[in-house]
Design a protein around this ligand. Sequence first.
Ligand SMILES: Cc1cc2nc3c(=O)[nH]c(=O)nc-3n(C[C@H](O)[C@H](O)[C@H](O)COP(=O)(O)OP(=O)(O)OC[C@H]3O[C@@H](n4cnc5c(N)ncnc54)[C@H](O)[C@@H]3O)c2cc1C
Length: 426
Amino acid sequence: MYTLEDWVRHGDELRRPLLVSDGLVGSESVGIVGGGLSGLSLAYRIGTARPDLPIKLIEKTGRLGGVIETWREGEWVCDLSVNAVRPHPSFWRLVDDLDMGGSFHPSRTTASSRWVILRDGKHMISPATILKIGALGLLRGALNSRKSDSSVLDVIQNSAIADAMTLGIVNDTAAEVDANFLFPSLTGFGPKAPISRRRLRRKISKSYPIFTPRKGSLASLEGGMEEIIQGLHNAISKMGNIEIIMESGEGSPDELSSAYNIPISSMIWASKLPGRNYGQTTLSVFVVGYPEEEVSGVETGYGTLIPDSKLPISGILHESDIHYSSRAPESHRLFRLMVPHSRWDGNEQSVREALRKIDGFSGEPAILQKIGEREIPRYPPGYLSSLMNYSGDLSLSGWTGSGVSVTHVVDEAERISELFTQARKD
Ligand SMILES: Cc1cc2nc3c(=O)[nH]c(=O)nc-3n(C[C@H](O)[C@H](O)[C@H](O)COP(=O)(O)OP(=O)(O)OC[C@H]3O[C@@H](n4cnc5c(N)ncnc54)[C@H](O)[C@@H]3O)c2cc1C
C-alpha cells in the first residue's frame, strides 16, 4: 500500500494507523480542535497543502501549545514536557520549513549516557543490559511480541528494566502499557517496509534537512520546545486561510460542530476526546539546580531512570548537560525530576529527602521547586490493535490517538496533509 518514497519520508510511523474519516479530504472547510503541537502542525501542513481550504483551529484555553511549555526563572530554563526530539525527518522538515534551522541543534555528545537504578545499584544502559533478561526471558518475550495484546512486561521480561522504560516514556508501569503502541517496529506491528531495515535507515538518514542526526542522538531548540509552538503560531497567523479561535471552552464534537458550522466529518479532533475511557496518569515536574561543586559526583549524561516505586522520583534528566544552549547560570547544573503521583505523598519534603538518597545528589541545591503538573494518556495492552480499521465519522489525531511522541504528532500531520494533496491529484 505504501511506496518506498512514503517509507523514506515517514519511516516506522507508517506502522501506526491514521484515524481519518472517509469524508475528511473531500471537505469544503476543516475544523481542527486542539491548539497543542498536533493541532498547530495540522493547521500548518493542511493549510500549506491547500491554501484554498478555509481552516478553523479551535483551542479551549487562552494558550497554545497544550502540554508543551518552557519554564524560565532568571537563567534557569526547563521544559515541562518534551525537552528534545529523537531523530525523525518529519520534525527536521518542520523546523526547516518554519525557517528555524538556526536555532535547532544536536544534543551534546557528552550527554548520551543513560542509567537505571536497580536493586543492585546504578547501571549504565547499554546493549549488555539485555543480558539481565536472561535467555528464557528473551525467548518468551520474542514469542509474546507477536501477540496483538501483549504488554511491555510480556515482551521485556524484567520488571525493573521494563518499568524504567515505560515510566520514562508514558509514566506508567510496564504491565499496563501496550507493547505494539510503544515500539511497533520491535513487535512487527502494522505494514512492513519494502526493503531491509538497514537500507531504509540509510535512505532516511540521507533525507534530513538542516543536519543529519547521529544514531541515538537527540536535538532541541535553543529557547526550549516552546519555540516550535511560537514558530508554528507565527506561520499560521500569516496564512490567509486559517482562523484561530481561542477560549472556545470545553465543547463536545457535536457542540463545536454546530457552534462553528463544521460538519463532524470535516473535523479533526487533536485533543483528548470527551469520554476517552482509557484514563490517564498524572505527574509533577520539579527542577533542581546546584552549583557544580555540589554535584561533582554526578556524571555528565542524559539521565537516570528509577523504577523503585518506594521512591517518589521516577526519573532525573540532566537538562544542563543535554542541550546545546545553556539551561543554568554559569558554573551551575540543572536537573529535571519526574514525580508520578502514584508514588508521591504530595509533600515537597519527600522529594527533597528522596533526592538526597540518590548517589551524587546529597548536596545543597541552589533551587528546588515544582514547575508544573501534567496528565499523560494511558495506552493499555491491545490499545494499538483496537485502533486498526478505524471507521468513525470524526477524524482523530495527536497523542490521545495512535502515537505518544512529538515525532508522531508532527509526522501524522504531514501524512494527513498528504491525503489532501493526493485527493487533489486523483
Ligand atoms: C512530562 C512529559 C514528557 C514528555 N516527554 C516527551 C519526550 O521526551 N519526547 C517526545 O517525543 N514526547 C514527549 N512528550 C509527549 C509530547 O509532549 C506530546 O506527544 C505532544 O506534546 C502532544 O501534543 P498534542 O497536541 O497531541 O496534545 P496536547 O498538548 O495535549 O494538546 C491538546 C490541546 O487541545 C486542547 N483541548 C482539549 N480539549 C479541547 C476541546 N474540547 N476543545 C478545544 N480544545 C481542546 C488543550 O487545551 C490542548 O491545548 C512528553 C509529554 C509529557 C507530559
